[in-house]
Design a protein around this ligand. Sequence first.
Ligand SMILES: CC(=O)SCCNC(=O)CCNC(=O)[C@H](O)C(C)(C)COP(=O)(O)OP(=O)(O)OC[C@H]1O[C@@H](n2cnc3c(N)ncnc32)[C@H](O)[C@@H]1OP(=O)(O)O
Ligand SMILES: CC(C)C(=O)C(=O)O
Length: 602
Amino acid sequence: MGTQALRGGSRTAAGPRGRRAAVVKAQAVPARKRPEYVPNRIDDPNYVRIFDTTLRDGEQSPGATLTSKEKLEIAKKLSQLGVDIIEAGFPIASPDDFEAVRAIAMDVGNAVDDTGYVPVICGLSRTRDKDLETAWEAVRHAKLPRVHTFIATSEIHMKYKLRMTPDQVIENAVNAVKHLRSLGCNDIEFSPEDAGRSDPTFLYEILGEVIKAGATTLNIPDTTGWTLPHEFQTLISKIKANTPGADNVIISTHCQNDLGLSTANSLAGAMGGARQIECTINGIGERAGNASLEEVVMAIALRGESQMGGLYTGIRPVHIAAASKMVSDYSGMIVQPHKAIVGANAFAHESGIHQDGMLKNRDTYEIMSPETIGLQRHDEAGIVLGKHSGRNALKTRLSQLGFDLPEEQLNDVFKRFKNLADRKKNITDEDVLALVNDEVHQPEVVWVLEDLQVVCGSMGMPTATVRMRGPDGISRVTSGIGSGPVDAAYKAIDSLVRVQAELLDYSVNSVTEGIEALANTRVIIRPAGKMAGEAYVDSYKGGKTQRSFSGSGADEDIVVSSARAYISALNKMISFISAKSATNGAGSSSRAAAAEEPAVAA
Ligand SMILES: CC(=O)SCCNC(=O)CCNC(=O)[C@H](O)C(C)(C)COP(=O)(O)OP(=O)(O)OC[C@H]1O[C@@H](n2cnc3c(N)ncnc32)[C@H](O)[C@@H]1OP(=O)(O)O
Ligand SMILES: CC(C)C(=O)C(=O)O
């Protein structure tokens, strides 16, 4: 395993009252050499083989059918990840399954890398001769071929499903292993299906017999996800202790997730002495799925050294994110956002207190960094702005976007941000920029929108009522009728501000996607009517050009956003005209036009 920048692992430090307390710290896991592959032996007692069954048990997830091409691509990704064994399929199931397993065996199963690593390619088979021969034919061209055969050993399965006596089951199992040996297969895995609900004494017996027949790995499936971690750990250690010949084979776990215990049970199995863990990317698999590779691998990577007696795997975690995405895309099995390690929220921090901690030190709320599994985060501290975010998080995001706002402006933006976050699930950078633009990048405030209400629809006339505070600090209310709600709002604003302006351009965009998105409005106006000559600039040809003024506004309500944009442009226009008339030393005609109410900045 290459050196991986992980965080986690623990060291001890003097805690309160001299107690040694575990503290989590950032550390690098040193590169470990993968032991040479021998079917029934691992030279390093701490090495745990990772057996990936995404293409077999994973494909048994309802609706997760994969094409042969997709299976080959996934197998390549699994090889990049460094899994020890790829269970590529169940070759007897269909000609397509057979071809997919064969293609993987010939391609991925022969792609030896610079370190000498190549994954074992495995095919599943019942104990029937035809199945076994088909599985062997599919995998035999791999450099390291394996056949995995199984038969159920629980009373309920033997009696009702197989309709066999225990002796017949043993006979089937032994014959299957012998048959594989006779075909030339010397890497043979045997599984007593439903071992979790089987009589342990019967397990010791059948497992002892298959070892004698030539099995090299004994996989112990908790087929129905029935066992609890301590039970499964005991089962594995008892199998190791009581099965004749168990020291000469590898014991493996295969834990289904019916009670959500598959990862815990797999780790417990390793604590009980298992040195192969069967698992799938994203935990997909029959019914509630299988143990999730990324959870098992990262738990061992982070806690194996200190809490599991030094266990480690050969997985290169930096490929986990890409493998997860590929499997999710191809299988159509969407990863839940809060899924450990690979869920969209696994490295996202939404609450103010967490975000504050993350900004001060990432180890406060993360036991590993996203880069460890190959994720690049667009934000340094994994901060997701939302309704639980605090000032520190917003301030930091603003600063990352290039805005260092003074306290007062930050407070204004924060207030509007909280309002928006109450309505909108995810606040994006674009939302933040729109808020800053609307709140901060505004001209000198002359008129302020305080309230706006519109009545519109297919019956009656669109009417808007606005309350605005003028430059004299007085709030005034008026209504306007227009051709639509925005036009009605603009008419009401005009009658309060008492300047004449012509709307040159009006555009509205949603800043982000979704029904709760912020609407960003931009308008361009110029003085009109009696004020038309007021705002001009000297053109480069020596003549005069009339100036136009733009304004923008953002709000979840499109009419409010439009009103804000219009007032912003009006304020610019008023400020410009006031400044110009002050420079000219004369009262502007706009003042005359705004006869009864103050329209311009003092
Ligand atoms: C726990 C697990 O995940 S095991 C893997 C499960 N995966 C799959 O089943 C996916 C692929 N399966 C298939 O495509 C089909 O089931 C096939 C091709 C394997 C078999 O199809 P069919 O021959 O039509 O049999 P069907 O599926 O209806 O029934 C299974 C038969 O296998 C028998 N059987 C089940 N397990 C085993 C076993 N390990 N060894 C021998 N026979 C077995 C059953 O008793 C049953 O026999 P019966 O028909 O005499 O009653
Ligand atoms: C074939 C075996 C290992 C299996 O998938 C199970 O028992 O769940």
